[in-house]
Design a protein around this ligand. Sequence first.
Ligand SMILES: *Cc1c(COP(=O)(O)O)cnc(C)c1O
Length: 391
Amino acid sequence: MGSLAIFGGAPVRSRFLPYAKQSIDEDDCKAVTDTLMSDFLTTGPAVQRFEKALSEAVGAKYAVAFSNGTAALHAACHAAGLGHGDEGITSPITFAASANCMLYVGAKPVFADIDEETFNIDPCEIEKNMTSRTKVIIPVDYTGQAVDMDTINALAKANRITVIEDAAHSLGTKYKGRPVGSLADMTEFSFHAVKTVTAGEGGAITTDDERLYKALSLFRTHGIVQSQKEGPWFYEQMELGYNYRITDIQCALGISQLAKLKEFAVRRNQIKKIYNDAFSNMDGLILQKNAPFSQTISHLYMLKLDLPQLKADRKTIFEALRAENIGVHVHYIPVYFHPYYQKLGYKRGLCPKAEALYEALITVPFFPAMSDTDAHDVVTGFEKVIGHYLK
Ligand SMILES: *Cc1c(COP(=O)(O)O)cnc(C)c1O
């Protein structure tokens, strides 16, 4: 197959293939420009239309849209009543926001280890880490695969714990036939540029609980409510909230994108099949197992290097793939490895399975706008590089 590009050989691709990229078409552009010329740039009719479209898509009673997914998680922690002295449990293999949101309200994130095969948080590890202070569980549908929600909900119910599902990766995924967004007390979605559906930036919480819905809405807008008490100008700030509003411009894009969720999902599944077929037959690689209860729409495609079979570590293989113009990435560094968390006193060794996974993880380019040829280039790149480094 020729020598590796990192040693001066010809790369598999002449152009760099990124790990993710948004799919924006003419309809999306028109939706945004129409909004720019309308009466409302923010907090107008598009916000409600977006919330309605999202709540219908995921089978939830309410949706509250926020400026981003992190703000939505912060609001959910607040609405759950999480605060000083409380603890919340999440996965270490996630974006830092899943844990940061607990720190925002003064609570302590507790990391529960993952399942080695599905890479998702292990409900047995959640149970082991529960204390009398545990007030929320924030399970993450890592890569888009649903966590075992029946088991997690049962643990939570028995202990008066609120479940906030971090579904930033799993819009469109179903759990035992039920859509993610209708399973937990609250479910958080993100509409960041690389996510399955984008609004540029954006986030939302879906819930069936009217009390939570009201608390989330209040938190989004400074804690302010409209009131006619002293006249038409009057409003009152009832608590300390934030400006976590989303704009009509973003929501117009979000609505237009959400209408294409099924189309995006079909394309993601097609690319996933090309990868699964190729990678499952390649020595040196281990695929993420899909649990039977999750009908997954993947946001990320991960490979785990079978390091004992290889002569090189992840960094060497990663750099060799990049040299072939295959835009691999790594999702994620265990959250408590970050210097800020180390300063808070979290020690390496806390979640051995997550740490071992991190050493072997590679994110493969995966997005609906890539062609079959792009996907086959990725496969060729892995054949070349992994073939070179196999023992
Ligand atoms: C993207 C993401 C979020 C939210 O991120 P925002 O960029 O604030 O929308 C939360 N959790 C996970 C796992 C994510 O990937």
